[in-house]
Design a protein around this ligand. Structure first.
Ligand SMILES: Nc1ncnc2c1ncn2[C@@H]1O[C@H](COP(=O)(O)OP(=O)(O)O)[C@@H](O)[C@H]1O
Ligand SMILES: [Mg+2]
Length: 357
């Protein structure tokens, strides 16, 4: 059996600027530095992830568009990156036309999943998909193909806006096309531990999402914003920065939630089934693993008023017209031996200084 894509994860939020691309690149690099073989897929026509990894696709470079429109096999569109163990499928602006091109194509939501199923190259431990800031065909392809979802959120008021819609879309995909889709974690990004605002919003998120809220949060850190212009991850750009520390912690929590690394003292929730009950799960008081980020985690500060402005409109547009027949998934549970590739060495980042420029 192929089993070549062991775990696939979509990093999704239809809001722009919440940390999707930053999380995709630095979680991917964090896993790669720890010995996992990782593939990153750029599903955003803005191609920020591609540029972040210092890849300016040339005219003849195969991209995500070739995979989705010309059904070119996954093997044919994978490129190496400057980081060992880290590979990518780049995007370019042509991806923005894909929505239109696929509009009338039957089975347009299952193209990426089929590409995963048909992949017979060297196995990957993790495939991480960087989604565009929209819930269209591209995001649908990601949600239908992956096992798990990470939702980066900015810790600011109104950050819950749009979440209901996203949850509904995920529910719909789970019901119709991808029954095993799980919510792995909701990751607060760009947190400023010194403001009450961040603390209050984090408390609200915890109340709303319970265990699904990551114990780790990513602080605002200018080094994270700089790294893309150097074409490297935070671990090459500034291995001693708070940004690197936080994404190291994100990587650790990711592995813990996969059951691949021992949990800290308190129990670590496994990937949650997308129950999407509208009743908020119980608030938890788990501590942040990131030491300094811990001060941004209020124990029980009063939550701001509930967001009544949540977008309650039904999930429409992305999967309503999808064909009922779905193929059986092939990317089953991880072969046990692949998981051993994830070794633990804390400062692996330093081994991988990329060439400048
Ligand atoms: N923790 C952070 N601290 C400071 N800047 C950040 C942080 N995370 C992301 N950024 C910056 O914020 C902008 C938006 O982040 P990005 O990851 O591109 O969001 P998205 O992919 O959701 O649109 C980028 O310029 C990025 O470099
Ligand atoms: Mg992005």
């Amino acid at each position: 059996m192929p089993g070549v894509v062991v775990k696939s994860i979509a990093v999704i939020n239809q809001k722009g600027g919440v940390g999707k691309t930053t999380t995709t690149v630095n979680l991917g690099a964090g896993l790669a530095h720890r010995g996992a073989r990782v593939l990153l897929l750029d599903m955003d026509p803005q191609a920020n992830m591609t540029l972040h990894l210092d890849r300016q696709p040339e005219l003849e470079t195969p991209t995500m568009t070739h995979l989705l429109v010309d059904t070119r096999p996954l093997e044919a569109v994978i490129l190496p990156t400057a980081i060992d163990n880290l590979f990518m499928v780049p995007a370019d602006t042509s991806l923005s036309g894909v929505e239109q091109v696929l509009a009338n194509r039957i089975g347009r939501e299952t193209i990426l999943r089929e590409a995963f199923e048909d992949y017979h190259g060297t196995p990957f431990d993790f495939v991480i998909v960087d989604c565009p800031p929209a819930l269209g065909v591209l995001s649908a392809n990601a949600l239908v193909a992956v096992d798990q979802v990470i939702i980066p959120m900015q810790a600011e008021y109104f950050s819950l806006q749009g979440m209901t819609k996203l949850m509904e879309v995920m529910e719909l995909v789970k019901r119709r096309l991808n029954p095993s889709l799980d919510l792995l974690m909701i990751l607060p990004c760009m947190v400023n531990p010194r403001t009450n605002l961040s603390s209050e919003v984090l408390a609200e998120l915890r109340e709303h999402f319970g265990q699904a809220l990551a114990r780790t949060s990513v602080r605002s850190n200018v080094k994270l914003a700089e790294a893309p212009s150097f074409g490297v991850s935070i671990f090459e750009h500034a291995p001693d920065s708070n940004g690197a520390a936080d994404y190291r912690a994100v990587t650790a929590e990711f592995l813990q939630r996969q059951g691949l690394e021992p949990a800290p003292a308190e129990e670590v929730p496994a990937a949650e089934p997308l129950a999407a009950e509208t009743t908020p799960p119980q608030a938890t008081t788990t501590q942040a693993t990131t030491t300094e980020a811990a001060d941004s985690e209020p124990a029980d500060s009063a939550a701001p008023p509930a967001q009544d402005a949540l977008d309650e409109s039904a999930a429409d547009g992305i999967t309503e017209s999808s064909p009922a027949e779905t193929t059986t998934r092939v990317s089953g549970p991880a072969p046990a031996d692949r998981t051993t590739a994830v070794e633990s060495h804390e400062n692996a980042g330093e081994r991988h200084h990329a060439a400048e420029g």
